[in-house]
Design a protein around this ligand. Structure first.
Ligand code: MN
Length: 232
């Protein structure tokens, strides 16, 4: 890590940050972890048996985040899919965190979109290759401001929805998660050193589908807030 007086050969990229509801201070983002197939109905729509799979995770780059309210249609895809997700934002990290201690590491929650180049992801799955080109690209992770736990608690139930151009496309309830937020943190911390600033995209309910330029997505997580993103 750089010290306060480190001299760089060129200016480093500025840290990625998210706004925090009710605070001037912003949330500095470290990594973005995402869980796969965490709602049974979505696992089924992707052709998998939700009962038999232990949780698995992939990452997006921190600078895939955007809080701008719009995203550019990405390169090299003809199938850009939305996945509305609740985002858990860690204020503390750790390794081998017990499930009972996990929620104590959460600073707050947000509303995110795990945008996916589904055609590239599908090709990668077929070839047994990594998912990175399907999942991690510029503006692949639109995210709302973070609401501190002091304001929203730890949402374990409530509607999670996504509308596209005013029509309901995704709907589910946070209580349908196969692996809870606490279980996700505990599992991730066995494989990775979690850090303050890590975000966890906690999975999407059924109904994923494609958007085009000009489409307007409005996601909502009950008790956390709204996320509005236009594809441009
Ligand atoms: Mn997802």
């Amino acid at each position: 890590m750089a010290k306060a007086d480190t001299e760089f050969v060129f200016a480093p990229v500025a840290p990625v940050v998210l706004a925090v509801a009710g605070r001037e201070a912003v949330f500095p983002v470290h990594r973005i972890y995402c869980i796969g197939r965490n709602y049974a109905a979505h696992a089924r729509e992707m052709g998998h048996d939700p009962d038999r799979e232990p949780p698995f995770f992939f990452q997006k780059a921190a600078d895939d985040l955007t809080g701008a309210g719009f995203m550019h249609y990405p390169a090299e895809t003809a199938e850009l899919h939305f996945e509305i997700e609740m985002v858990a934002a860690l204020g503390e990290g750790g390794e081998r965190i017990a499930v009972e201690d996990a929620l104590g590491k959460v600073f707050g929650y947000g509303v995110g979109l795990d945008m996916t180049r589904r055609d590239l992801q599908g090709e990668a799955k077929k070839m047994g290759r990594p998912w990175d080109t399907g999942k991690s690209f510029a503006e692949a992770a639109p995210c709302s401001r973070i609401v501190p736990v002091s304001a929203c608690g730890h949402p374990a139930g409530g509607a999670i929805t996504l509308d596209v151009n005013g029509a309901r496309r995704q709907t589910g309830d946070l209580n349908e998660m196969i692996w809870s937020v606490a279980e996700q943190i505990a599992t991730l911390s066995r494989f990775f050193v979690l850090r303050p600033g890590d975000l966890i995209f906690t999975g999407t309910p059924a109904g994923v589908g494609a958007v085009q330029r000009g489409d307007r997505m409005v996601g909502e997580v009950e008790g956390v807030g709204l996320l509005e993103v236009e594809v441009v």
